[in-house]
Design a protein around this ligand. Structure first.
Ligand code: CDP
Length: 202
């Protein structure tokens, strides 16, 4: 069975958690496409050329333990503006989306550019305040040295860069179901996502 669930949305809206749980529920494979951009950004921070790093990305690059830092997040959104970098990373994501057995991909442009034929498209969002608080709790819980203000500034800067870029800007596909998780628990958001997918699976 070929079945793609595309989950897009701004930073820290809950895409990652929802994607993982939805994939586990249906037995689909999951790809966090943000990690690919973060791994490329991390190599650029270490001095590499962005396109060379994107073309040479290896599985172990996705396992680095520094990918969740705000520095790497910023570097990711800077390489993500480059059309040639995005093109170098597209084929892998497209093959993953149409792999046998079903796939969930989360990112910014999955429903619009990577897999416009996705059977289900969700656009997951939440207010700035809620996203800032969630990401602050996540990062401080992992021992990162961050403040609420610095986390919110990172999210806003990336959202602006991601939305305003020319190549594959962050936006909901016309046929996406919008899921505003501001007033939802993670469990509620996951339930909503599962119900939407069930309606399509039949
Ligand atoms: O986890 P969070 O939502 O904060 O970010 P992420 O999904 O890990 O993505 C990090 C950065 O990669 C984003 O700010 C985007 O600039 C870029 N990205 C993208 O351009 N396209 C994607 N499909 C996924 C991520």
């Amino acid at each position: 069975m070929i079945f793609t669930v595309a989950i897009d949305g701004p930073a820290a809206a809950g895409k990652g958690t929802i994607s993982k749980q939805v994939a586990a529920h249906f037995g689909f494979a999951h790809l966090d496409t943000g990690l690919i951009y973060r791994a490329t950004g991390a190599r650029v921070l270490a001095g590499e050329d962005p396109l060379a790093a994107a073309k040479d990305l290896r599985p172990e690059d996705l396992q680095r333990d520094d990918l969740r830092t705000t520095e790497v997040a910023q570097a990711a959104s800077k390489v993500a503006v480059m059309a040639d970098v995005r093109a170098a990373l597209a084929a892998f994501q497209q093959a993953f989306a149409r792999r046998e057995g079903g796939a969930v991909l989360d990112g910014r442009d999955i429903g619009t550019v990577i897999c416009p034929e996705a059977e289900v498209k969700l656009f997951v969002t939440a207010s700035d305040a809620v996203r800032g608080e969630r990401r602050f709790q996540e990062l401080s819980g992992k021992g990162h040295d961050v403040t609420r203000a610095s986390v919110l500034a990172d999210l806003k800067a990336r959202d602006a860069r991601d939305s305003e870029r020319e190549a594959a800007p962050l936006r909901a596909a016309e046929d996406a179901v919008v899921l505003d998780t501001s007033d939802m628990s993670i469990a509620q958001a996951v339930d909503e996502a599962i119900a939407t997918i069930r309606r399509v699976l039949g």
